[in-house]
Design a protein around this ligand. Sequence first.
Ligand SMILES: Nc1ncnc2c1ncn2[C@@H]1O[C@H](COP(=O)(O)OP(=O)(O)OP(=O)(O)O)[C@@H](O)[C@H]1O
Ligand SMILES: [Mg+2]
Length: 253
Amino acid sequence: MTTVIAVANQKGGVGKTTTTANLGASLAALGQRVLLIDLDPQGNLTSAYGLERKVEITVAESLLDRNTPLPIHTIESADQHSISVVPATIGLATTEAALMTKLGREQRLRDQILAVAEQFDFILIDTPPSLGLLTINALVAADKVIIPTEARFFSIQGLQMLEESISEILYLNSSLKVLGILLSKLDRRLREERAVSTYLREKWGDTVFSTEIGTNSKILEAGSAGASVFRYSGAEKAAEAYLELAREVISRV
Ligand SMILES: Nc1ncnc2c1ncn2[C@@H]1O[C@H](COP(=O)(O)OP(=O)(O)OP(=O)(O)O)[C@@H](O)[C@H]1O
Ligand SMILES: [Mg+2]
């Protein structure tokens, strides 16, 4: 059984791409067959795998043309399990506009994923910081959604907006479930962050993952260097946190 997970939050900079990359690497380290799909025109996930200059066909072409299968690049590594990536570039921004006139525009990614799903145990989709057609495609294609969030008061409002969008998506994808809300860059030294994390757990209960990812400069540095925390020296503690998240994800699906 393949599980398709959209990593979504319309708020920018909350850790969607970092979560997708490091959770993906952790699931792969646990022996799962993992595909990561970059659905963000910023292409941050694509850059993290150094694919931005190497690719001609991206997810954009597969969304526009049903006969172009998802371009899957398998990244082999000596010390790690291999992981597969579907890249995106800035051209995806124009694709989002072009899709508006296409039939079945919200289901395009789902149809393409169905064709390759059986090759993978987990397919993770990184989404842009908006609730536009690209994020809708991810949510329609997904079985589950992971919502990374900061523990700030302004984030709570954003979570409510996202919940409303997800209930709209149920008309197109009635089986979509929130797998969990993830505190993805929690700074326990800050009183506001401790208060908001307590509030989130009171309001959303078990929906909030028990695993918390703390702010950690190694996560930031690894991200800037284009590496997962598994390939970045000094990031062992961060890698352990993402492995714990991966175990929790596996136990929830
Ligand atoms: N736990 C963490 N500790 C420290 N830095 C983090 C952590 N998680 C993410 N970051 C950093 O925060 C920044 C934003 O993270 P990321 O790019 O993953 O967010 P995003 O939600 O994908 O952003 P966007 O909405 O622009 O796509 C990055 O510089 C990343 O390295
Ligand atoms: Mg991102």
